[in-house]
Design a protein around this ligand. Structure first.
Ligand SMILES: *[C@@H]1O[C@H](CO)[C@@H](O)[C@H](O)[C@H]1NC(C)=O
Ligand SMILES: *[C@@H]1O[C@H](CO)[C@@H](O)[C@H](O)[C@H]1NC(C)=O
Ligand SMILES: *[C@@H]1O[C@H](CO)[C@@H](O)[C@H](O)[C@H]1NC(C)=O
Ligand SMILES: *[C@@H]1O[C@H](CO)[C@@H](O)[C@H](O)[C@H]1NC(C)=O
Ligand SMILES: *[C@@H]1O[C@H](CO)[C@@H](O)[C@H](O)[C@H]1NC(C)=O
Ligand SMILES: *[C@@H]1O[C@H](CO)[C@@H](O)[C@H](O)[C@H]1NC(C)=O
Ligand SMILES: *[C@@H]1O[C@H](CO)[C@@H](O)[C@H](O)[C@H]1NC(C)=O
Ligand SMILES: *[C@@H]1O[C@H](CO)[C@@H](O)[C@H](O)[C@H]1NC(C)=O
Ligand SMILES: *[C@@H]1O[C@H](CO)[C@@H](O)[C@H](O)[C@H]1NC(C)=O
Ligand SMILES: *[C@@H]1O[C@H](CO)[C@@H](O)[C@H](O)[C@H]1NC(C)=O
Ligand SMILES: *[C@@H]1O[C@H](CO)[C@@H](O)[C@H](O)[C@H]1NC(C)=O
Ligand SMILES: *[C@@H]1O[C@H](CO)[C@@H](O)[C@H](O)[C@H]1NC(C)=O
Length: 420
């Protein structure tokens, strides 16, 4: 790190070397501020509609993920710099039904794309982020609440689940539009179903409404029955319902964000059930809370053995095994570690017994990421966190991953996740 900093300093005297002391909250906040600037540098309001600069429209979901990170950043630091941009972007992508189905994405948007924007609304809800502003020229204007956005999307998924249940006895297809391009109409995948599970469980925890908890249970049961979640808590990418396949075989690829989607849903189900138990002690739900707590622990154990420690010289550093060792990660895939890091951190806020393990894994990973975020003379992030420096690959996904893992170290500092 020091040697790299000196070398780049010779080329660019104004270089700022990102420093991080993982046990010093001030230092973590400073690193997060620098990384948030690095991420926001990709935002170009002149050429995009509430999106980051990307090839459009395929990576629309990634902008949703990036805005979510900036909402986390705002909640964890009280830095208000990005609030207007977040409001503007989210407003422009809500769509006519206030559910993140904007006309601009028609024909492209799939369930997983939508849910990644819905995570932004859920995060805003949970952290009491300022409400969307009203159009001041409209005297009768009522802003759409974050809760309304999240429940509107929930209702979309419920309808689509019913419609999609002719095959495989349930499960969302990847695409919700039968005429969408690609094979998404015949694929039931973990990022979509894990996303619906997480949305339902976060709504259950926030509102206490059993309708959402029942759906979370149902999606979980289906995911486990069909094998997307294995008995040892591996999460596989998806399964086909094409031509009578009826989800009888699995695509066994493992990606970090898939496991993470279910992990954070399980953590929310734990918190939801603990809350019920504490409010009505006579209603003993210990068996249920034990189930979800145990599931959350099992996901961390499996994540540790699957997505950490790629080499003996990189113990405890997160990586994406499907693409990083071969150097073939695409734009989407470079960001997945950010989802795992962020949801591990938030899950540990909700499930205290996870904290020691999660904190350890996030600290080693964030330290690696900060070394990787030393590119282009201005702290741009690389893909691999285990090489002891910048690996030469830069992009929105890399910046997002670097920011998310550092933000993960602050999740416990934020005001606790709010209840409704
Ligand atoms: C990191 O921060 C902690 C607490 O703020 C401090 O005690 C420790 O000395 C710092 N470590 C280094 C290497 O500066
Ligand atoms: C924590 O980090 C900040 C910012 O780098 C630094 O100013 C401060 O001295 C550090 N505190 C300790 C105890 O190391
Ligand atoms: C870092 O440098 C690259 C290449 O010049 C540039 O595209 C990017 O916007 C810079 N990032 C920041 C945060 O200035
Ligand atoms: C942010 O501000 C709120 C309200 O003023 C305060 O309670 C909280 O501790 C602050 N958080 C941080 C991380 O400074
Ligand atoms: C004013 O706001 C109301 C409620 O949000 C909305 O129904 C109406 O369409 C808006 N009118 C205009 C002119 O935008
Ligand atoms: C329901 O699924 C059928 C095909 O299985 C499709 O043609 C139709 O558009 C879908 N309807 C909705 C509302 O998604
Ligand atoms: C399709 O799979 C579901 C879930 O495993 C099962 O309940 C159903 O019987 C299967 N249908 C056919 C026609 O095999
Ligand atoms: C959770 O528990 C707290 C404290 O008992 C209570 O104030 C809150 O309303 C509960 N929330 C839900 C969603 O049940
Ligand atoms: C619970 O949520 C469902 C689905 O959004 C809704 O229909 C129902 O009215 C809610 N129940 C309560 C008590 O708020
Ligand atoms: C999910 O499966 C569990 C265990 O078999 C069962 O107790 C529960 O009723 C199921 N929930 C739903 C909503 O199907
Ligand atoms: C993660 O796995 C390593 C072995 O690769 C083990 O030493 C460590 O204890 C595990 N950590 C957790 C939190 O499970
Ligand atoms: C660890 O080993 C791997 C495989 O040899 C290598 O690619 C990587 O650069 C090494 N990391 C460090 C920090 O030396």
């Amino acid at each position: 790190m020091l040697i790299l900093a000196v070398a780049t300093a010779l080329l660019a005297p104004t270089v700022t070397c990102l420093a991080l002391n993982v046990t010093n909250t001030t230092s973590i906040r400073q690193a997060a501020t620098t990384l948030a600037q690095g991420l926001f540098a990709y935002h170009n309001p002149a050429s995009t509609i509430g999106q980051f600069t990307l090839p459009e429209p395929w990576y629309w979901w990634l902008s949703g993920s990036a805005w979510t990170a900036l909402i986390d950043y705002t909640a964890y630091t009280n830095d208000t710099a990005y609030i207007p941009a977040i409001h503007s972007a989210l407003s422009q992508n809500l769509g006519p039904d206030n559910d993140f189905v904007p006309a601009s994405q028609a024909g492209w948007e799939a369930n997983d794309d939508q849910v990644y924007w819905v995570y932004a609304a859920l995060t805003a809800l949970e952290y009491n982020f300022p409400a969307l502003p009203c159009d001041s020229t409209n005297s009768s204007c009522q802003t759409t609440s974050w809760l309304a956005v999240a429940t509107n999307a929930f209702e979309d998924f419920v309808t689509r689940w019913s419609n999609n249940s002719l095959t495989c006895a349930g499960g969302l297809k990847w695409q919700y539009n039968p005429s969408a391009t690609g094979n998404g109409w015949n694929y039931k995948n973990s990022v979509s179903n894990g996303g619906f599970f997480q949305l339902s469980s976060r709504l259950a925890r926030y509102t206490g409404n059993t309708t959402y908890a029942d759906w979370a249970d149902k999606i979980w049961n289906w995911s486990a029955d069909i094998g997307l979640i294995s008995p040892s808590f591996h999460v596989f990418d998806g399964t086909s319902d094409a031509d009578g396949a009826n989800c009888s075989s699995l695509n066994h690829e493992e990606w970090s964000y898939n496991l993470a989607a279910y992990l954070h849903g399980a953590a929310n189900m734990y918190a939801y059930n603990v809350n019920i138990t504490s409010a009505t002690p006579s209603h003993n739900t210990n068996i249920v809370t034990d189930f979800w707590e145990s599931a959350a622990h099992s996901f961390i154990t499996t994540a540790n053995s699957t997505f950490f420690s790629p080499f003996p010289n990189a113990t405890g550093i997160m990586y994406e095994p499907q693409c990083e060792p071969k150097g073939i990660c695409n734009t989407d895939q470079t960001s997945f570690k950010g989802s795992l890091a962020g949801w591990m951190a938030k899950s540990a806020v909700l499930v205290p017994s996870l904290r020691a393990d999660v904190t350890g894994l996030l600290r080693t990973s964030a330290s690696g990421a900060v070394e990787a975020c030393s590119g282009l003379g201005n702290g741009s992030c690389g893909t691999k966190w285990y090489v002891g420096g910048y690996d030469g690959a830069t992009g929105l996904g890399q910046e997002l991953g670097g920011l998310d893992v550092v933000l993960g170290l602050l999740a416990g500092e934020a005001p606790g996740l709010q209840f409704g």
